[in-house]
Design a protein around this ligand. Structure first.
Ligand SMILES: Nc1ncnc2c1ncn2[C@@H]1O[C@H](COP(=O)(O)OP(=O)(O)OP(=O)(O)O)[C@@H](O)[C@H]1O
Ligand SMILES: [Mg+2]
Length: 371
């Protein structure tokens, strides 16, 4: 089937064909309730072996590993501990934003936040297609919003833990992650949240444990409400909560869509860009009808555009025709800086603040704030 045939089918909302999305559709049919869910029930405590002994309060504060600014009168030997920059391609660093990320003055002196920022607006970053820029967009939109003065929480809701890695954490070394927050009622939000070096940016990390949560949640009452319940008490501390979803439409993504008020859909500007979009739109409609009537499409974000090629420009033109004003005006172009920044464990807006990619995510942040 030609790509533009596919677009025509999508525009009419016809279901997608077989392939990757077929499995996702099964997930969706498995997990979506037929009616509105019953009222939220208390979250049962999972087997105690899943939870490590509670760490001391500072242990989950990523910034604890950062060189603190010493008092002027402190002894010389305690004054400064210089962080050593990681070797290129060393995958993990001890703390987010280590190194010399602050080329831009906006990071050192965050602007006064705009007065009309929303409180506790939850945005799920969703696309069941893999590698389209969900994690990259979550990190960099979050950092750009924080640079504008917003309080931002990023939720890594993918067992791959790429968001956590991209912010410099080693997810496998963490005792408490979003998994514990979902399934252990005795674990508090404050025990799990990590405070990034960048002002106003917090993270709920994830690791491979979350893959088990998808199975354990199946037997829960109101299983699609688990993330919403977990975030409820801390929601109002933030202006924006961005959830980085896994590449599927399974129970984790359904949880994110149930907790969210808005959906941001990254769409890679390549030949198969629109494959699966009809299924995603269909899933969003079902969530709106059955679980979360407030859910809206925040916008579709064209990512990884290579504007030097005719192909890239053609795909963008098709995407614009298909989605019209649902498409963000900001387009994210392809640049190698996006691959380099996670290796340094920081967002592109601090790693390469003068790059085109950083500028684009700052523009996106302004668009999001103006909606
Ligand atoms: N604008 C861009 N230009 C070049 N490379 C990019 C861009 N955005 C993302 N990438 C790279 O593409 C790859 C996939 O991006 P990312 O991990 O954000 O996608 P994803 O949708 O979260 O993937 P998954 O579905 O596996 O979670 C990464 O290596 C990332 O560095
Ligand atoms: Mg990802």
């Amino acid at each position: 089937m030609r790509w533009d045939d596919e677009v025509g089918r999508n525009a009419r909302g016809a279901p997608q064909g077989a392939g990757y999305d077929g499995g996702a559709l099964e997930d969706q049919q498995l997990f979506l309730p037929d009616t509105f869910p019953p009222p939220a029930a208390p979250v049962p405590v999972p087997p105690s072996s899943r939870r490590a002994p509670a760490p001391p309060p500072a242990a989950n504060v990523v910034t604890a590993a950062m060189p603190a600014t010493p008092p002027a009168e402190a002894p010389a030997e305690e004054e400064v501990v210089f962080e050593v920059l990681p070797e290129p391609l060393e995958p993990l660093v001890e703390a987010p934003f280590v190194g010399d990320p602050f080329e831009a003055s906006f990071v050192e002196a965050p602007p006064v936040p705009p007065v009309d920022l929303p409180v506790g607006k939850v945005v799920a970053v969703v696309n069941q297609k893999g590698g389209v820029g969900k994690t990259t967009s979550t990190i960099n939109l979050g950092a750009a919003l924080a640079a504008e003065g917003a309080k931002v929480l990023l939720v890594d809701f993918d067992p791959q833990g790429a968001l956590s890695v991209g912010l410099g954490l080693n997810p496998n070394s963490l005792d408490l992650t979003v998994y514990n927050l979902l399934l252990d009622a005795s674990v508090t939000f404050d025990e799990v949240v990590q405070h990034c070096k960048m002002d106003g940016l917090d993270l709920i990390p994830s690791n491979i444990d979350l893959a088990g949560a998808e199975i354990m949640l199946v037997s829960e009452v109101a299983r699609e409400q688990s993330l919403k319940r977990a975030l409820a008490r801390a929601k109002d501390r933030y202006n924006y909560i961005l959830i980085d979803c896994p590449p599927s439409l399974g129970l984790l993504t359904i949880n994110a869509l149930t907790a969210a008020q808005a959906v941001l859909i990254p769409l890679e500007c390549e030949y198969f860009a629109l494959r699966g979009m009809a299924l995603l739109m269909d899933t969003l409609t079902k969530i709106q009808e059955r679980i979360n009537p407030e859910l809206e499409i925040e916008g579709i974000l064209a990512t990884m555009l290579d504007a030097r090629t005719i192909h890239g420009r053609e795909v963008l033109s098709r995407v614009t025709d298909a989605f019209g004003d649902k498409l963000f005006k900001t387009i994210i172009h392809k640049t190698i800086k996006f691959a380099e920044a996670p290796v340094a464990g920081e967002p592109i807006v601090t790693y390469a603040p003068k790059s085109g990619g950083a500028r684009e995510y700052r523009e996106l942040a302004k668009e999001v704030m103006s909606r």
